[in-house]
Design a protein. Structure first.
Length: 185
């Protein structure tokens, strides 16, 4: 596989860049959020070692050409969100995911950063299709999918574990969305 080089990826006031060691405390703090832990496949509890592993994974995936896992910042360089893409270079497909810090939600951060990542992946990596899998009960991520032009392709019953503030868990449905270059809005 060929290593992936990340250019200067900007969308308005947002910049997408690879996570760095200096981001570990912020990523650790943000991923304590119960909503991130409920809807995303992140460890719970989320520890500093998990953030360190994320930074390593991001670097290794770029080097191997198998993924692009970026943080989203503004001019102050404080992590607001993450947007990532696992890549199958043989089929030229991928699977995208994201999370947003609580104070940055409902500001278009997920839509704008994911749109920028997808546009770049379609144009520069020649991806032909990208999947997005979200919990059916997650209104925010389902709204992001629709705003980007994803098509709902199916529902998998009880395919994920949802975590709740009181420490309880239960199985929940996931919705699979797909998008092709011409459908990105």
């Amino acid at each position: 596989m060929t290593a992936i080089e990340i250019p200067d990826l900007r969308e308005g006031d947002l910049r997408l860049r690879p996570p760095a060691e200096r981001d570990i405390p912020r990523i650790t703090a943000v991923c304590q959020d119960t909503e991130i832990q409920r809807w995303n496949w992140v460890p719970s509890p989320y520890r500093e070692e998990d953030a360190q592993a994320f930074v390593r994974l991001a670097a290794e995936a770029l080097e191997a050409g198998t993924g692009v896992h970026l943080v989203v910042v503004r001019d102050d360089d404080v992590v607001l969100a993450a947007a990532g893409l696992d890549i199958d270079r043989r089929d030229l497909t991928g699977q995208v995911g994201y999370w947003v810090a609580p104070e940055a939600r409902r500001q278009g951060v997920a839509v704008r950063s994911t749109r920028r990542l997808l546009r770049w992946a379609f144009e520069e990596l020649s991806l032909a299709y990208v999947a997005l899998i979200v919990a059916a009960e997650n209104p925010g991520s389902n709204a992001v999918a629709r705003a980007l032009g994803f098509t709902l392709e199916g529902v998998a019953a009880e395919a994920t574990i949802l975590r709740f503030d009181d420490g309880s868990e239960r199985r929940g449905d996931v919705q699979r969305y797909g998008i092709r270059p011409r459908e990105l809005t």
